[in-house]
Design a protein around this ligand. Structure first.
Ligand SMILES: [Fe+2]
Length: 227
């Protein structure tokens, strides 16, 4: 079966090099993409990826007295194909900054406090329903360096590994009702409002915790944004 690379839809996907976001120029191909027949390695893996990459914990918020600072939330993310069929066994990597807008990454130069009780990364496997659940704290907004005052709205990064190495979705989840969403250069690099709205999680009422539901479609017309 041939491996088909679907062309990016410029209306529902990011434009690649985002105006005002200097890093995108170095992350986007400078030359037209060349077609290459995938080899056996790309077509056969990653099988049982979880045996090579250790899975992480599903609770980043912790418990007293080592509880992370911030609003307690639960993220229920679901991975599906273009027909809505849940994808079981997909490896989902998640990372986000702490409630003050600081990542645990050493390259984060943001002058915001670290939280010794918060480790902002997880790696989980979807179950039969294609879903993962992560208990964590809501990330804060943070300023983008050398951007002239652009602040990223609270968001959560996702990476989903597919059946083959070439099949990987890297995307971001946004929170509903955030004023900064309207000014975010990354979210608004997508011109189609319906495609943008698919990047925003749905708040589900529940006692004692804010639950955000989010669906990632890995391909097809309603595919999640690659960003
Ligand atoms: Fe981020």
């Amino acid at each position: 079966m041939p491996y088909v690379v679907e062309p990016r839809d410029p209306l529902t996907q990011s434009e690649g090099v985002v105006a005002g976001y200097a890093q995108t120029a170095s992350r986007w191909p400078g030359q037209p993409l060349a077609r290459r027949a995938p080899g056996a390695a790309e077509l056969s893996g990653p099988a049982r990826l979880e045996r090579r990459l250790p899975l992480g914990r599903s609770d980043l918020a912790g418990r007293a007295p080592r509880r992370a600072i911030g609003q307690l939330i639960e993220i229920r993310a679901r991975v599906a194909d273009e027909d809505g069929t849940p994808l079981a066994g997909a490896m989902v990597e998640i990372w986000h900054c702490n409630a003050a807008g600081k990542y645990i990454h050493p390259n984060d130069a943001n002058d915001a406090p670290e939280d010794p009780n918060f480790y902002g990364a997880a790696r989980l496997l979807t179950g039969e329903s294609g879903a993962i659940t992560l208990r964590t704290v809501k990330p804060g907004a943070y300023p983008v360096p050398d951007s002239g005052g652009w602040w990223r709205p609270p968001h959560v990064h996702f990476s989903v590994w597919g059946r083959v190495w070439l099949s990987r979705l890297v995307t971001q989840m946004f929170f509903p009702g955030e004023p900064l969403n309207e000014h975010d250069a990354i979210l608004n690099a997508v011109r189609d409002p319906a495609a943008r709205s698919r990047c925003i999680a749905r708040l589900v009422p529940k006692d004692h915790i804010l639950v955000y539901e989010y669906q990632m479609v890995v391909r097809g017309r309603n595919a999640a944004l690659a960003m």
